[in-house]
Design a protein around this ligand. Sequence first.
Ligand code: ASP
Ligand code: MG
Length: 405
Amino acid sequence: MALIVQKYGGTSVGNTERIKNVAARVAKSRAQGDQVVVVVSAMSGVTDNLIKMAKDIMPLPTEREMDMLLATGEQTTIALTAMALHAIGVEAVSFTGAQAGIVTDGVHTKAKIQNITPSQVHGMLDSGKVVIVAGFQGQTKEGQITTLGRGGSDLTAIALAAALSADLCQIYTDVDGVYTADPRIVKTARKLPEISYDEMLELASLGAKVMQSRSVEFAKKFGVVFEVRSSLNDNPGTIVKEETASMEDVVIRGVSLDKNQAKVTLLSVPDRPGVASRVFKALADATINVDMIVQNVSHGSGVPTTDLSFTVDKPELLKATKVINGLKQEIGFSEFTADEKIGKLSIVGVGMRSHSGVAAKMFDTLAQNGVNIDMISTSEIKISVIINLEKGEAAMRAVHQAFIG
Ligand code: ASP
Ligand code: MG
């Protein structure tokens, strides 16, 4: 008897028919004698809609109330999924994150899991029930409801798989697995049979929205091997696991485009020690994640000045601009601009370590397609560029064509 954790994303539980379909799948695993823990997301569009309603009421609601609101999305799905199982004669019980023993820190809207004590889950499994757990949510040790950041149901599933020492962790979604690029944008994109944690991590954090990146980090740390597959068919998915030697033979595993970034530029910043530290400390204190940073060569006589650009997640732009505005007097830059019309295009592959000329080929492809590069950043297995959002998809197709076909 195996213990399986299955996670179903928003599209897979997008309406009651789909929820019945999930129940049928779960029943099939259960009928094979396996113990099944099901983690579900909110029905597709629900979380976005809740956010929209909150913003209609005020632009910057408190994060505690946001968590209180957003946690309801998953709570709807767990109850409906349990009912769908009852309807076909399968014993099942739904649990909130708190009931599943998921304890987090108190950073509302992007809490980190501190520990999981799934004793109630074990108890129910032992009594023969399927356990349905609300993804994306947890509770602080003081009893406050928290959420784990957008896409956080993946993290719930991976963390539960680790805590329960599950034999199998399956992430069911609306795509067949991890592709070399988003197949809706790049028609020639191919499904990958397997991918390393590091590549998946780069692709996830770069906006290939297959999975939340924190969940992949967690899987890597705890060695949770998982499969990404479709809830709409029986095709095998993509196995995500530790890197193997043959993985380096492929130069580029995938191309991704992140449309969810915004760029902030501080103009004429006095170039003296401590300025960058002040800016990024203030952003960090406001728990804003900064991604790319570019500082120009400084110019001018006296105290030279420079321009400083960085990117943040689009939903945090308003918060970031408030923070930056508050620093204007103290630091003395001339003005700042915010640009939401950017995209981050990236290529990823562990093969980059052993192949040269990869960056040159990417930049050449962009140049030939008339795409201007705004910012560049690289890591051992990734090259990212910030480009004009309007050119993003065409640029992605061109780069995919150049490297993968
Ligand atoms: N419902 C949450 C979201 O839309 C969590 C999830 O789907 O994983 O971000
Ligand atoms: Mg989701």
